[in-house]
Design a protein around this ligand. Structure first.
Ligand code: PXL
Length: 281
């Protein structure tokens, strides 16, 4: 290993003070996986928007100065991980990060955080979702849930559709990108499946292969699960772990956290208790 050889990732995402999502989840997880985390906070939220109410302070007007300063320091990143953006202007900030701060061989992980259960998150606009979909062209890995995949592909959302439907919709998105797609949280009988469509490491010819990683369903869905998932995928991608192995690891980790959250009787809105398991990553 040479000089200054630890991997660095820039995380553009919000800071929610309560409710375990976004940066408060991604920073510890990615750090535990040995990658230096460098946040670009899109806004400060008192708590995530799944609670009855919240207050927020949008940081859009500060972010160009923030990135200018990073450029003055000569910082370059091995990864750019994109999460919750508050407005179309922030999509331009994310584009700036990709064009000006990513190393040539660096990778872009796009978690198109927009909504869940067929709806956009409270306060999240259709315009922002449309702007975020323009980032697909830069992404090496995209990690939508079923709501976000439906929006990105213009498909109707129906939670009752089976796995073969979701594989088809993933294929539709896959046609528009050379990047890998991981569709998270597909209900599949008594299981939750993640569908990955990615370049075949064995063949090395750009051909894509589809894998379905199944895990037993544990408890109810909790907010912030997608942030845990994308954090593990992002750090593992920088650490050159194969997509399938990484998806299996993320899925297993999330199951443990879901089980523990139920044991501790944590309200669903308070997210995943991941803290006790960080050392297992
Ligand atoms: O976990 C997704 C997310 C991120 N950021 C904010 C949110 C949510 C989901 O509710 O409200 C502010």
């Amino acid at each position: 290993m040479g000089k200054n050889s630890q991997k660095k990732i820039a995380l553009i995402n919000d800071m929610s003070g309560y409710g375990r999502c976004s940066l408060t989840v991604q920073i510890p997880i990615i750090s535990a996986l040995g990658v230096q985390t460098c946040p670009v906070p899109t806004g400060i939220f008192s708590n995530h928007t799944g609670y009855e109410s919240y207050v927020k302070h949008d940081l859009t007007s500060f972010l160009d100065d923030y990135l200018d300063q990073w450029k003055r320091l000569g910082l370059r990143f091995d990864g750019i991980c994109i999460g919750y953006l508050t407005s179309p202007s922030q999509v331009q900030i994310a584009e700036r990060m990709i064009k000006e701060l990513k190393k040539d061989e660096g990778i872009v992980i796009l978690d198109p955080v927009m909504g869940d259960d067929g709806h956009l998150y409270s306060g999240y606009t259709q315009e922002t979702a449309t702007a975020v979909s323009e980032l697909i062209k830069y992404a090496d890995i995209i990690t939508p849930n079923t709501t976000e995949l439906s929006f990105l592909t213009g498909s109707e959302y129906d939670s009752k559709k089976d796995i073969s439907h979701w594989i088809r919709v993933c294929g539709k998105l896959s046609e528009r990108t050379s990047g890998s797609i991981i569709l998270t949280g597909v209900t599949d009988g008594d299981y939750i499946s993640n569908i990955c469509i990615g370049a075949s490491a064995d063949k090395g010819n750009g051909e894509k292969i589809t894998n379905v990683v199944k895990a037993p369903m544990v408890g109810n869905h909790r907010p912030g699960t997608g942030d845990v998932f994308s954090a593990i995928i992002a750090a593992d991608a920088l650490n050159k772990i194969s997509l399938k192995t990484s998806v299996e690891k993320a899925s297993d980790f999330i199951c443990k956290c879901l089980k523990r959250s139920d044991e501790l009787d944590i309200p669903l809105s308070d997210g995943l208790c991941f803290e006790e398991f960080l050392r297992l990553l």
